[in-house]
Ligand binder design. Structure first.
Ligand code: G
Ligand code: G
Ligand code: MN
Ligand code: NA
Length: 255
C-alpha cells in the first residue's frame, strides 16, 4: 500500500526521529530515566503518522527488524553524544516489539551495536508490554534473560492491562513495572482506579520493583501517588516527550 511504501522510504531517508520523555524521581528531584518514542513525519504524505500505526505496519510487513535497528543506531548516537557531555546520564527506556525478542538475528545485532557504540548496558532499559500471551514465554524468556545478563534492565509497560501481569512477575527477571495511564487518568476521582494503583504500588514493594506512574498530568495525581509510595513519575505534568536538545536543556534545569 501507499503507507507501506512511504514507511519504507522513511526508513531509508531519515524521516524518522526520536523523542525522549523524562521520568522524574520526586524524592531526589532528579531525572532517573527517559522513555524513548519514535516519530514519523512523512514528506510524501505531508503529515505525521502515529507510532501506534507505523509500528503495527512494520510488524505486519516484515520491517520491524529494520525499524528497531534504525532506532538503536539513532539512540546510540544520541547516548554517545550525551556521555561526552558533563550531564549525568539517565536510563534510556526503549519500546521493543515482541517480534524483535523472537528474532535471534535482531538480538545478535542488538548486542553487536551495543559493543560497537560502546554503550554501557546499565544505561538501557527494555519495555515489554504484557499484551502478548504467556505461551510466548519459553522463547521470550530466553531473549529477556540474555538482555538481563548483559546488564540491561527490564520494565513491564501498561502493567495491569494485560491478562497475565502476575505470571509475568513470577516468570520474568523484571526490574520495573509501569502503572498504565488508563489507571492514572481518572485519579483522584475514581475509587476503583485508586484501588488498582495502590495495589500495583504494593506489588512493586513486595517484589522489590521500581514502580513508574505513567501519564501523570495533575498535581492532585502526583500528591496521591506520592502519598501511597510511588515517587517515579512520567507524564505531561513534568514534561511531554522532548527532542534530544530539549532534553539536555531540561536536564540542565533539574540537575
Ligand atoms: O507518544 P506516543 O504516541 O508516541 O506512543 C504511542 C504508542 O506507540 C505507545 O504505546 C508507544 O509504546 C508506541 N511507540 C512509540 N514509539 C515506539 C517505538 O519506537 N517502538 C515501539 N515498538 N513502539 C513505540
Ligand atoms: O509506551 P506507552 O504505551 O506507555 O506510551 C505512552 C503514551 O502516552 C505515549 O503516546 C506518550 O506520548 C503518551 N503520554 C505520556 N505522558 C502522557 C500524559 O501525561 N498524558 C497523556 N495524555 N499522554 C501521555
Ligand atoms: Mn512504553
Ligand atoms: Na504504557
Amino acid at each position: 500500500s501507499n503507507l507501506v511504501q512511504a514507511f519504507h522510504h522513511a526508513l531509508k531517508n531519515n524521516e524518522l526521529s526520536l523523542v525522549f520523555q523524562p521520568q522524574i524521581d520526586c524524592e531526589t528531584s532528579s531525572i532517573t530515566g527517559v522513555e524513548v518514542f519514535s516519530r514519523w513525519y512523512s514528506k510524501q504524505l505531508n503529515r505525521a503518522i502515529s507510532p501506534l500505526v507505523f509500528v503495527q505496519l512494520a510488524e505486519k510487513h516484515h520491517l520491524i527488524r529494520e525499524f528497531s535497528i534504525w532506532l538503536l543506531h539513532s539512540l546510540f548516537e544520541n547516548i554517545s553524544s550525551w556521555l561526552k557531555s558533563e550531564l549525568p546520564a539517565p536510563k534510556f527506556a526503549i519500546n521493543l516489539s515482541s517480534l524483535n525478542l523472537h528474532d535471534p538475528v535482531f538480538m545478535k545485532q542488538f548486542f553487536q551495536l551495543l559493543k560497537n557504540y560502546r554503550i554501557p548496558a546499565e544505561i538501557l532499559q527494555i519495555e515489554i508490554t504484557e499484551h502478548i500471551s504467556l505461551e510466548f514465554f519459553p522463547e521470550d524468556n530466553n531473549a529477556l534473560t540474555q538482555l538481563k545478563n548483559h546488564g540491561i534492565s527490564l520494565a513491564i509497560d501498561d502493567f495491569g492491562t494485560g491478562y497475565s501481569s502476575l505470571s509475568y512477575l513470577k516468570h520474568l527477571p523484571i526490574d520495573t513495572i509501569k502503572i498504565d495511564r488508563s489507571f492514572i487518568k481518572s485519579l483522584p476521582n475514581s475509587y476503583s482506579d485508586l484501588a488498582i494503583s495502590k495495589a500495583i504500588i504494593d506489588i512493586g514493594r513486595e517484589f522489590n520493583l521500581d514502580v513508574v506512574a505513567e501519564g501523570v498530568e495533575t498535581q492532585a495525581q502526583l500528591q496521591l501517588l506520592k502519598q501511597h509510595g510511588c515517587y517515579h513519575i512520567q507524564g505531561f505534568l513534568f514534561s511531554e516527550p522532548l527532542s534530544a536538545q530539549e532534553l539536555k536543556d531540561f536536564s540542565q534545569k533539574w540537575n
